[in-house]
Write a protein that binds this ligand. Structure first.
Ligand SMILES: [Zn+2]
Length: 250
């Protein structure tokens, strides 16, 4: 917690595919670091306009959903404390068809500009949705090409990384963040994503019951094999723990 005394704010860059990825997968962690004063930039590749959920009962259509989801994502960012939101303006469900080189170059430029201490994205194989895997692959390539001095982590659904071996990882590759003090913010962000969360009845239960449904921990996979995790329980690794030349690309 001494990090709060640092004169220069710590910076986190999250590069995801859709509005709600940030909240549903790692909202507690983003809220925790925002509360500690970390400057967070969230990049959403798309506006999620091809989402199957259109409200409950449905009140959106393919014409109106993009603007609605952008607004919801901004509200979710406000709930979580995310200060900067950007879109890559890619059409939902088409990230895998975007020219990989130009997508990587765009993200590389962002990494150069922001110089983040932490980069979060999806695992290129474990992402679960083609958009997730594609943005994860491009962000991972951009991280290495930018020779980013920060740490790289892949976000992970639920608690499946409690046992990472079936996914090809060892327990020391996994970082667990205690988010128990930030679940109210996470719940508010879930509710901000109304057209997606409205159909999930538990989200709208009285707060105390809804909060009980959240795990107390969120899981992250070390995305840079050349830099082992030294500081378990914190995305921000000690200064000097990163290799000078981050050139190892799996
Ligand atoms: Zn998504």
């Amino acid at each position: 917690m001494n990090d709060m005394n640092q004169s220069k704010a710590r910076k986190l860059l999250a590069v995801f595919a859709h509005p709600d990825d940030e909240t549903f997968i790692c909202g507690g962690t983003l809220a925790k670091y925002a509360a500690e004063g970390v400057e967070i930039t969230l990049v959403s590749a798309t506006r999620g306009e091809m989402g199957r959920r259109m409200g409950n009962p449905p009140y959106l259509n393919r014409e109106t959903i993009a603007a609605a989801r952008e607004k919801e994502l901004q509200a979710a960012c406000d709930s979580l404390g995310i200060g900067r939101l950007m879109f890559l303006d890619i059409r939902d469900k088409t990230v895998e068809f975007i020219d990989e080189e130009s997508l990587t170059a765009r993200i590389e430029n962002l990494i150069q500009d922001i110089a983040p201490d932490v980069v979060l994205t999806f695992h290129e194989k474990l992402g679960g949705h083609p958009d997730h895997c594609s943005i994860g692959k491009a962000t991972t390539a951009a991280y290495h090409r930018a020779r980013c001095k920060g740490a790289l982590y892949f976000i992970s659904f639920g608690d499946r990384m409690e046992h990472p071996e079936p996914y090809g990882y060892a327990p020391e590759d996994i970082l667990k963040i205690d988010v128990s003090d930030h679940l109210e913010s996470k719940l508010a962000a879930f509710r901000a994503h109304r057209c997606q969360s409205e159909i999930d009845e538990w989200v709208w239960l009285p707060d105390s019951e809804a909060l009980d449904r959240f795990g107390k921990v969120e899981y992250f996979i070390n995305g840079d094999a050349s830099a082992p995790i030294l500081n378990s329980g914190d995305l921000f690794q000690p200064a000097g723990s990163r290799p000078v030349m981050a050139g190892v690309n799996h």
